[in-house]
Design a protein around this ligand. Structure first.
Ligand code: APR
Length: 241
């Protein structure tokens, strides 16, 4: 019932923009943040994922992100990523706005992917803005707790948006423009706790949510499906024939 209702919403309320969070990647083996088994259940994000923590103790921040990089080594997209890419191939999804930094939507073949929280694919130099591919960063981390910029010797920073940092302007502007002109925003796997991204569904006005557990916008959603992203989105693709 709810899968067919979501299929109808996607078909009738075009363009559809998908907004994803960590919950779309848990089926690929990457933990989310705020569910019972999430990363923040036993780590304080302020200590490892804030710009103040990076300035205060870059080694502690890289110890955390080095472990996250280790998790990303051989991950693969799951049924949820593939379903979203298939909907895009069929012209039923215009773009994907993601809070995730794992690159799995691109690996699954999604074309326009707007990474509003940056990406772990590169590290950046806060002093001279150099970009360093993560393979090079892994080599630097093998010999030093903090990778240094080859150009200016400053401590490199993971290429993700940290708490206390502004979002990349081009990405959030694109995400806002997509949401404002969307007929439907489909939220998949996000608690919608972190602003300004959590406000994107409200920019569209009409949105649906596929999420295990509550989100902050459940009561305003056209439809809320409390089920796994992979099975639900695969069923939606099948229902759309
Ligand atoms: N299917 C559907 N929902 C799932 C699945 C799944 N297989 N696995 C987990 N979920 C749900 C969780 O129950 C949770 O409600 O996905 C949601 C993920 O929410 P968060 O862990 O808060 O992740 P997210 O919303 O992406 O967090 C936003 O917070 O820490 C920052 O920068 C980080 O981008 C992240 C931001």
């Amino acid at each position: 019932m709810s899968v067919s209702r979501l299929a109808t919403l996607i078909r009738e309320r075009q363009p559809c923009v998908v907004l994803t969070g960590a919950g779309v990647s848990t089926e690929s083996g990457i933990p989310d943040f705020r569910s019972q088994t999430g990363i923040w259940a036993d780590i304080d994000p302020v200590e490892v994922a804030s710009i103040d923590a990076f300035r205060r103790d870059p080694a502690r921040v890289w110890e955390f992100y080095g472990r996250r990089l280790g998790m990303l080594g051989d991950i693969r997209p799951n049924a949820g990523h593939h379903a979203i890419a298939e909907l895009q191939r069929r012209g039923l999804v215009e773009a994907v706005v993601t809070q995730n930094v794992d690159g799995l939507h691109q690996q699954a073949g999604s074309r326009e992917v707007v990474e509003v929280h940056g990406s772990l694919a590169t590290a950046v130099c806060p002093a001279c803005d150099a970009r360093v591919p993560i393979a090079e960063v892994r080599e630097l981390l093998a010999v030093s707790p903090v990778p240094l910029c080859a150009a200016c010797d400053a401590s490199l920073k993971p290429g993700v948006v940290m708490f206390g940092e502004l979002l990349p302007v081009a990405a959030i502007d694109r995400a806002l423009s997509l949401a404002r002109s969307a007929g439907l925003v489909l939220v998949v796997g996000s608690s919608l706790e972190v602003w300004p991204v959590a406000g994107l569904p409200l920019e569209a006005g009409t949105f649906a949510i596929v999420n295990l557990g509550p989100t902050t916008l459940d009561d305003q959603a056209l439809l809320k499906i409390e089920a796994g992203a992979g099975e639900t989105l695969a069923a939606v693709v099948a229902a759309l024939g």
